[in-house]
Design a protein around this ligand. Structure first.
Ligand SMILES: Cc1ncc(COP(=O)(O)O)c(C=O)c1O
Length: 405
């Protein structure tokens, strides 16, 4: 048997899965069928309250909606955070439906002119990814005769150590190499922009508090240095995110209290009093609140291996199949929803797609899954439904339910 990751504490330790006080069949009946994502918003609230308490008071907390842009999730999260980060014109529209434009920022390479125009018209901040994009934004603002809110995304000269996805310290399509940033800031200010500061995002899915602390300190110092060189005080420095969640056996949760305490010291020591600081998290806020429920349609044996075939698959929850940003495939936490405890027998849980990639649990120990049982795959709240190739092979779309409201 191969190990699987830890079931999040609020779902663990029960005989049968309950989500917001109800069992899986209750939510499936409510949604109409499987496959189904259920998001428990009360868990998100609990986490955000913990994060607030852990972080320095002067730190703003933004939600990166790419992690889960479900409209009901956004409506519930928006009042609890200080800003929203978006990555496309589509996400911009969703964010503006729930939050005022002044605290919405738009990062991402390849922004089209119509997306830049929409952000400028709305009064959202564009996190500029290149000098070319900066010039397009200035020209569009000129044409519209408005002052664009423009921040510079910096490609830092370091990465977030231990992160699952590094986004700094190397040639990158994201942001502008640190050495060229001061000149661009001067150009933006001279061009009449409302320069909003820096956005510095070094990586994603880091579990080590020590690594996050080190990266945040380096980020604060880098922003200070770039501001000095540019000769301007940034109104906002967005320190990025990258707080991970434990997906796999042996993973430990981030010690957010330790991160918050250290960041408080860093800001007291090195933060510019005229600057607001923010972090921008997606996964940590919503990842653990979601469960993907999928029903067993077949159980079969082949050459000594027992396959449990479910009605969902990687077209809904790509990450659990190991095909979304992981180098080595490992098992997400999985359970039989109606029998979370009991003697496990080795099975492989496979989806309904006609590809060997569609393996949701590889040789995991589950208590005798049978046709009709519901399989629960945890950690489905972030980068699930919208980060999966939902159209591939024409199977039905997954349903989504937000509960715990
Ligand atoms: C610019 C930016 N902000 C925020 C995030 C959210 O990261 P995470 O979900 O790891 O917190 C990402 C993730 O790729 C990102 O690229």
């Amino acid at each position: 048997m191969k190990p699987m990751g830890p079931i999040p504490p609020h779902f663990a330790g029960r005989e049968a899965l309950t989500i917001a006080g109800q069992d899986a069949e209750h939510w499936i009946a409510k949604a109409g069928n499987t496959p189904l994502f259920v998001y428990d918003i009360s868990e998100v609230r609990t986490r955000l309250a913990r994060l607030r308490a852990a972080m320095p008071e002067r730190l703003d907390i933004h939600y990166a909606i790419k992690a889960n842009p479900h409209p009901e999730m956004l409506a519930a999260i928006a009042p609890l955070v200080d800003g929203l980060d978006v990555a496309s014109g589509g996400e911009l529209t969703k964010a503006l439906a729930v939050k005022e434009a002044g605290v919405v920022s738009f990062a991402g390479p390849g922004k089209r002119d119509d997306e830049i125009e929409a952000a400028i018209r709305a009064g959202a901040t564009l996190n500029l990814e290149s000098e070319g994009e900066a010039r397009r934004a200035l020209a569009i603002a000129d044409r519209l005769a408005v002052r664009a809110r423009l921040a510079v995304r910096v490609n830092p000269d370091f990465d977030l150590k231990g992160s699952g996805m590094k986004m700094g310290g190397r040639p990158s399509p994201f942001g502008i190499d640190a050495a060229r940033v001061p000149a661009l800031v001067r150009e933006l200010i001279a061009g009449g922009a409302d320069w909003r500061g820096f956005h510095i995002y070094a990586g994603s899915q880091a579990l080590s508090a020590a690594a996050i602390i080190e990266t945040q300190a380096a980020t604060v110092a880098l922003a200070r240095r770039l501001a000095d060189e540019a000769g301007a005080v940034p109104p906002l420095v967005n320190l990025g995110g990258g707080f991970g969640i434990p997906y796999f056996a042996g993973d430990e949760p981030v010690d957010v209290e330790a991160v918050g305490a250290a960041l408080g010291e860093t800001l007291a020591r090195e933060g510019d009093p005229g600057t607001a600081y923010a972090i921008e998290l997606g996964r940590w806020i919503v990842g653990e609140c979601g469960v993907y429920l999928t029903r067993v349609v077949d159980v079969k044996e082949s050459q000594g291996e027992r396959f449990v075939v479910v009605d969902g698959g990687l077209h809904h929850q790509l990450a659990a199949s190991g095909n979304f940003g992981t180098v080595v495939r490992r098992n997400y936490p999985i359970a039989v929803a109606g029998r979370m405890t009991g003697e496990g027998r080795e099975v492989s849980v496979v989806g309904s797609l006609c590809t060997p990639l569609d393996r949701l649990g590889d040789k995991v120990g589950l208590p005798g899954p049978a046709v009709g049982d519901v399989i629960a795959i945890f950690l489905a709240g972030a980068y699930g439904f919208t980060a999966s190739p939902g159209l591939f092979l024409g199977h039905p779309e997954a349903r989504e339910l937000v509960v715990g409201t």
